[in-house]
Design a protein around this ligand. Structure first.
Ligand code: S5P
Length: 473
């Protein structure tokens, strides 16, 4: 298909729209190209993919993999992949739900080169987001192909990142073809031409720069970066005791919890409680637990999962039977009520230096703590970095800075899950592959006939995974 036919077909299917449109970059444009509509014209879609393939192959070697920028370019990439038998990989746009989901789907190996396919580029920001994720997974990108280059800075921006841009048609060519075909004239043509002139090769800010590959740094260094005192304390304990194991002691009598705490205390950095499941909870329990914690140098972590408005959680934290604020070094909170929940903790935290752990992701099947919710939890933490010490999460996200501690439950050696939706991963997978800091193990340890022996196994596995993560870079 030649350019003339392509432009007329795009015009016919209403992929070229005239009016006032806000582009992703924030710029207002009198012309908008909507290539999403091409999914309703499969023959045209296939021809577009072919034109893009020809364009790249005329000046560069076609890489062994293709990847479309989500979402508009996915069908184009698929069409090219099928027509030329080039395997495809897919980038997930959403933050992943939990451990097992990959950011890049498909089979590939480190160092594979990927051709990035996009419908059109303005600033190049969307392409760079995809390249960033591909790079983070060890894939290499040298070439990017688009149907339309809007000529608003993308070529230069991509070149800065060592990326060659191939485009089938430029905005200038599109406009001149439309004009020659009599589809653009009078004031509209003037408007469009003026817009093109004013915005030609203007480099608009790119929202998402490709970050320098993030290094894993040692826990003792992380302690220095921490903005919450309990986070610093925890990192220091982990480094000193050489353990990134926290144990969830979900037992229901004082005696059981205390004797397990004393027996495994030397192996752990934190002990997680659910005090509301202890039948005979009393102040003596707290006193004894604190003595054991001091003896073995671990922190007490009450997994209360506060979720109400600020005023209510203040009472729940400080009052009632448990007086959690008096003894817990750290507590978990949900973000459903919005950032104001944190205000409920501020008074007591100022005095005790305790830390809040935000539930950014959960280990249970079908958890709703995913995507935008997770992103907002990270934002919430950053806005309250004095009170928030870290996250309960299933993976280290780029947005989670090194000042936060990342703690992951849903860990067992020999089970994939329970009958009530819990999902398990191994210590090695969580610490090495998912990049979080602390494993939280419950039944894997306290239900074992030899909990101390088992705790040592978990401790060693998680510590080895951490060391290998540090030495890999
Ligand atoms: O997403 C989560 C968050 C938490 S805090 N999934 C979890 O399982 N937890 C807690 O971790 C849960 O309440 C329990 O205390 C522990 C996991 O226990 P296990 O017996 O399944 O290892």
């Amino acid at each position: 298909m030649d350019l003339n036919t392509l432009v007329s077909r795009l015009h016919e299917i209403n992929a070229v729209k005239l009016g006032q449109f806000k582009l992703k970059s924030g710029i207002m444009s009198p012309i908008y190209i909507d290539l999403r509509v091409t999914v309703s014209s499969p023959a045209l879609l296939a021809q577009i993919a072919e034109m893009m393939y020809q364009k790249v192959s005329s000046s560069a070697a076609i890489p062994p993999l293709v990847c479309g920028v989500p979402y508009t370019a996915l069908p184009i990439a698929t069409a090219m992949s099928i027509a030329h038998d080039i395997p495809m990989v897919m980038r997930r746009k959403e933050a992943k739900a939990y451990g097992t989901k990959q950011l890049i789907e498909g089979r590939f190996k480190e160092g594979d080169n990927v051709l990035v396919i996009e419908d059109l580029v303005t600033s190049g920001a969307s392409v760079l987001e995809t390249v960033r994720d591909l790079n983070a997974n060890g894939l290499v990108v040298t070439d990017v192909v688009v149907l339309l280059d809007r000529q608003q800075g993308a070529r230069q921006e991509l070149a800065k990142h060592g990326l060659r841009l191939h485009s089938v048609v430029t905005m200038e060519e599109l406009i001149s073809t439309l004009t020659a075909q009599g589809k653009l004239d009078g004031p509209t043509l003037e408007l469009v031409s003026a817009f093109l002139e004013a915005n030609r090769n203007v480099t608009v800010p790119v929202a998402s720069q490709i970050p320098v590959a993030r290094k894993h740094i040692a826990y003792e260094e992380r302690a220095k970066l921490a903005t919450n005192p309990t986070a610093a304390k925890l990192f220091n304990i982990m480094a000193a005791k050489k353990t990134n194991l926290a144990v969830a002691v979900d037992l229901t009598t004082k005696q059981e919890v205390l004797s397990l705490a004393d027996s495994i205390g030397s192996e752990i950095c934190a002990l997680k409680t659910h005090v509301d499941i202890i039948d005979d909870f009393d102040q003596d329990f707290v006193n004894q637990l604190q003595l054991i914690a001091t003896k073995h140098n671990f922190l007490i972590f009450e997994d209360r999962k506060f979720a109400d408005i600020g005023n209510t959680v203040k009472y729940q934290f400080e009052s009632g039977v448990y007086h959690i604020s008096k003894w817990a070094n750290m507590v978990t909170i949900h973000g459903v009520a919005g950032p104001a929940i944190i205000d409920g903790f501020k008074d007591s935290i100022k005095q005790t230096g305790a830390g809040l752990l935000l539930l950014a992701q959960m280990s249970s099947k079908g958890s709703l703590c995913v995507g935008e919710y997770t992103n907002q939890m990270v934002e919430m933490a950053k806005q309250n970095a004095d009170a928030v010490m870290g996250f309960i999460c299933q993976e280290r996200l780029e947005s989670m800075t090194d000042s936060f501690v990342l703690m992951t439950p849903g860990v067992q050696f020999n089970s994939k899950g329970d009958s009530m939706g819990q999902q398990y991963n191994t210590p090695d997978y969580i610490i090495k592959e998912k990049g979080t800091d602390v494993i939280i193990v419950g039944r894997g340890i306290y239900q074992n006939s030899q909990p101390k022996v088992e705790a040592i196994k978990y401790k060693e596995a998680a510590w080895e995974a951490y060391q290998s993560r540090l030495s890999k870079q």
